[in-house]
Write a protein that binds this ligand. Structure first.
Ligand SMILES: C[S@@+](CC[C@H](N)C(=O)[O-])C[C@H]1O[C@@H](n2cnc3c(N)ncnc32)[C@H](O)[C@@H]1O
Length: 276
């Protein structure tokens, strides 16, 4: 049987991108970009760390887990915006702030990374149908984030943009992401977490319920979906509890970035190299 959440996303798919950008005043675009740039810096630093060992040889373990061709899974990827941003940023030039163009500079690499055709995984056919017109170099795969049709260690990077709080069992999705991620790989979760501070409580409990469902209803005709959006944020975990859960699942928390006073967060999780 089709889950109500899946049905809901099928119903709003054609207006999803527009409303996402409109309701967040285009901040969602900047948040995705920031996450991809940060991931690129982290992976560039890993590549730099995979250089010469004390004996003069290449650190083979690290070199193996930081491939030049990045295998990307955009989980709960919907219409594919996160995967699209990732490709543009990873295939572009220098990831660091330096202007030296030195390929082995401390912070990054002057060259971009090559990215294999991405996998955009989502359980809504409606959302995945929106990927094709964007002509992203990717395969759209219908799947459940808690039980993925992949063998272990198939990916170097998993993105999860605003998907975690929609999954009935976030711990299950974390464990499953850990399973399909290669050792040394990254999971980046961009999400609206349950509000903790006064500003966010006011925003999500007072302001958002007033304008988000009204705007959602006006532009998509689906008021319920946008009521669900606000409620799902309030019901979800606060970011610190989510990080604790990720650590219990085996991840190292590399970085937590707060956006716009806590409206959203980017959580960067790393599967330890020793998990090989
Ligand atoms: C808010 S949208 C996010 C889409 C996209 N990642 C983005 O950055 O805009 C959440 C997506 O999660 C998907 N989703 C929810 N539960 C899922 C599950 N159990 N397995 C796979 N996808 C799921 C929905 O179909 C929807 O496309």
């Amino acid at each position: 049987m089709k889950s109500p959440v899946r049905k809901m996303f099928d119903g709003i798919a054609s207006r999803y991108d527009f409303l996402n950008h409109f309701l967040s005043c285009y901040q969602d675009v900047l948040w995705r970009r920031y996450c991809c740039k940060s991931l690129k810096k982290m992976m560039a630093a890993d590549v730099a760390g995979a250089g010469e060992t004390a004996e003069g040889g290449v650190n083979a373990v690290v070199a193996k887990i930081v491939p030049r061709n990045v295998r990307l899974l955009d989980l709960c990827g919907g219409t594919g915006d996160f995967a699209n941003t990732f490709r543009k940023i990873f295939e572009g030039g220098c990831a660091c702030k330096c202007s030296s163009g030195n390929a082995s500079s401390q912070n990054g690499t002057a060259r971009g990374f090559a990215v294999d055709p991405a996998v955009i995984g989502d359980f809504s056919y409606g959302m995945l149908a929106e990927v094709k017109p964007k002509k992203i170099n990717a395969h759209a795969v219908q799947l459940d984030a808690m039980k993925m049709p992949f063998a272990e260690r198939q990916f170097d990077v998993i993105l999860n943009g605003f998907g975690m709080r929609n999954v009935p069992d976030a711990r299950g999705a974390l464990l499953e992401s850990y399973r399909v991620l290669d050792a040394g790989g990254y999971l980046c979760v961009l999400e609206f977490f349950s509000p903790r501070n006064l500003f966010n409580k006011f925003f999500y409990k007072v302001l958002a319920p007033l304008f988000i469902p009204v705007m959602g209803a006006f532009f998509s005709g689906k008021r319920d979906a946008y009521e669900y959006l606000v409620n799902s944020i309030i019901r979800f975990l606060p970011v610190d509890e989510f990080c604790k859960m990720a650590e219990e699942c085996g991840f190292e928390v590399k970085k937590v970035k707060m956006f716009d006073g806590g409206i959203s967060f980017g959580v960067f999780l790393h599967k330890p190299v020793s998990a090989a």
